[in-house]
Design a protein around this ligand. Sequence first.
Ligand SMILES: [Mn+2]
Length: 357
Amino acid sequence: MSKASRVRAQSQTFTSLVNRSGILKNRYGSVLIFTHRQADPDALCSAYAVSQLLVKGYEDRHRISDVTRGSKIITPQGASMLGLSICKALSIPFDDKIDSAEIENADLIILVDVGDKELLEPYLVAITNSKAKKILIDHHSSTDAGTKTCCAEEIHPFDYIFVDSKATSTCEIITLGLPLKLLDQNLAKVLLVGLLYDSQHLAIATDKTLEAALKLVRNGARIDQAKELLRSRPERSEMIARLKSSQRLKYREIGKYLLAETQVSSFQAAVARMLLDIGADVGIAFGEHEDEVRISVRTTQRFFRETGIDMGVLLSNISRESGITGGGHSTAASISGKASSEALVGRIISDLMKALP
Ligand SMILES: [Mn+2]
């Protein structure tokens, strides 16, 4: 049994991970927290929570305050539009670039909400080579299903892994494992934003999500304020992308479901979501950007419930076979890389049809 899978087998709760890993006890000189590329609110808020947890946990145990420990949040290739606006509103600092030498010399590396190892590019090699102690905290089904071939085995060796694909957000995992004495009002506010974002404003909440949300609200966070922060009117460029993609829209019936596909050179995720808004059960938006095909797929909860088709797993399987990047969640996933968009969309649709019950 590899070191990674041994540790994974032991890891039962996030709280026990926190205790066993000693992250709150030990003093690390340099701590780097990585998110997936184009970080979204869940990635950024959970990274921020982890950085705060390190400071507060240490202060609490050592009964000293104002310990400045060098922890840095790194978002490879930047943050999404909404991610940027959330960081501005909540004063979450992050860097989108870092020196490989700094990664290799770090003492502790925590990867949160990563999804797929490729989403750490261009820092994957440096992270793999780093001597740092490494911890993974995630809720992506692609990480879970692919743990053997995904992060765990390739970024050797992970010292601690906590992946719960039933959690609707990484913020939910962190909230439930967070000691109450470390949860102040600011941290509660931040975590609720990430939790609401990835749980689609609680639309796909489980009992655990609600339990976490309640814990945050009881500690000073407010649902209305968090929702307000997440409500951002799309930019004009996104509106135009939506309208253009509507001109090119095609649909077909697959069994009793409706599948809509369209081509658009940017904003694929927003466009795929829009396809569901106008009635599709499956929305596929594809396009080329800087020599790379990008495809976003969204399905309705009803489609997932009735068919059991997990798009995160489906796209992560295709990506592994074709040597490109892909994965995500059961109803929201994406795939990208050097490939023909026509062939890739064709493959996704044919795998989908084969998987239909
Ligand atoms: Mn997430």
